[in-house]
Design a protein. Structure first.
Length: 127
C-alpha cells in the first residue's frame, strides 16, 4: 500500500460550547496543521498515487476558507461544538471533494491543534 502525505498550516479561532472547558469556552485561536494522508495500492503511469499539486491546491483552498475565521460562525459548524474532531471530518469532506480519488482506497485527515493535541478521521474510499 502506498501512502502520500501533504500538510499545511493556518490559524483560526473558535470557542467550545456545551460544557465547561475553561479558557476554551471563550474565543481563542490555534495554529492548526492539517495533514492529508492518501492511501492506495497502485501507481499511475507516471509513478504517482495522486497528484500532490492537486492535494496542495485543496489544502490551500481550505486555508483560504478557514484561516483567520471563527469556526463557530461558519455554516458547516452550525449546531456543532467546533472541536478538532469535527474539524477533521469537515476538512476530510472538503479535501475529498477537490482531489481525484480514483486510485485511492483510503484517506486520513489529521488536524493538529498546537504541539500537543490532534484528531484525525480515516475513511475508506469506495468506488
Amino acid at each position: 500500500m502506498y501512502s502520500v502525505s501533504v500538510k499545511l498550516g493556518f490559524t483560526a479561532s473558535h470557542y467550545l460550547i456545551g460544557g465547561d472547558w475553561g479558557p476554551e469556552n471563550t474565543l481563542n485561536s490555534h495554529f492548526y496543521e492539517v495533514e492529508a494522508l492518501l492511501e492506495g495500492p497502485e501507481l499511475d503511469q507516471h509513478g504517482y498515487l495522486v497528484d500532490i499539486t492537486a492535494v496542495r491546491a485543496a489544502l490551500a483552498e481550505a486555508r483560504g476558507r478557514y484561516a483567520s475565521e471563527t469556526l463557530n460562525h461558519l455554516p458547516e459548524f452550525e449546531g456543532l461544538n467546533p472541536s478538532v474532531e469535527h474539524f477533521a471530518r469537515i476538512l476530510w469532506e472538503f479535501i475529498a471533494e477537490r482531489i481525484p480519488t480514483d486510485a485511492l482506497t483510503a484517506m486520513s485527515v489529521r488536524v493538529r491543534e498546537g504541539d500537543d493535541a490532534w484528531a484525525s478521521l480515516r475513511r475508506e474510499i469506495l468506488h
